[in-house]
Ligand binder design. Structure first.
Ligand code: GRF
Length: 196
């Protein structure tokens, strides 16, 4: 019976190297609830994400890339750690690396990311600034599967916001993050329940 219960629990490994506000939303609304657990957190920077994981008693790893280490070698090491935790889903949030084809091919439809733009528009960095510079009327955030190309995997879900005249880079950043903190956990939960 216990074995059955353990097997039913969906295990997330979260790769998060930034402020970690999305990680915090997952800790607050998903972790050890409704058959989901955050099994581990990895950061390639000495980021607040690690502190958030430690505070929540979640195993975490600071894995910076070494000077002479190739991306492939880095990904192999990353994968060795991740495999210890048998993830059902690998969740990226502010993990600013492009994962190699070898890595992503091992986890078909099991790696997701959230990107602050309405993909396929505005891949990469500085999305809020570019959206404003181009006079866009709408902006948003996208949850997508991860492949070996930047912000290019199949789109799972998007949220759209209207841009107002007084919006700035900072206000858009704030609005998008506010949405992401509810949207990302909701979609992760749906995927874990077999309902993407
Ligand atoms: C989010 O805005 C997400 O869209 C992008 O990186 C940011 C991560 O923020 N991929 P945080 O570290 O979760 O606060």
């Amino acid at each position: 019976m216990l074995a059955t219960l353990i097997n039913d629990i969906k295990r997330l490994v979260v790769l998060s190297s930034g402020i970690g506000s999305n990680l915090q939303a997952m800790i607050d609304t998903l972790h050890d609830q409704d058959g989901i657990t955050i099994a581990a957190v990895v950061s390639d920077k000495p980021s607040p994400s690690l502190k958030r994981a430690i505070k929540a008693d979640i195993p975490c790893l600071f894995l910076p890339q070494q000077k002479k280490q190739s991306n492939t070698d880095y990904d192999n090491l990353l994968d060795r750690f991740i495999q210890l935790f048998h993830p059902d889903l690998i969740v990226l949030s502010g993990f600013m690396r492009i994962l190699s084809a070898k890595f992503v091919d091992q986890y078909p439809n099991k790696i997701i990311n959230i990107h602050p733009s309405l993909l396929p528009k505005y891949k990469g960095l500085n999305t809020h600034r570019r959206v404003l510079e181009n006079g866009e009327k709408v902006h948003g955030t996208t949850i997508h599967f991860v492949n070996q190309f930047l912000d290019s995997g199949e789109i799972i879900a998007q949220k759209i916001i209207e841009i107002t005249q007084d919006d700035t880079v900072e206000s858009l950043k704030r609005k998008i993050k506010y949405i992401e903190h509810v949207f990302y956990p909701k979609i992760i939960k749906q995927i874990c329940q077999g309902n993407p």
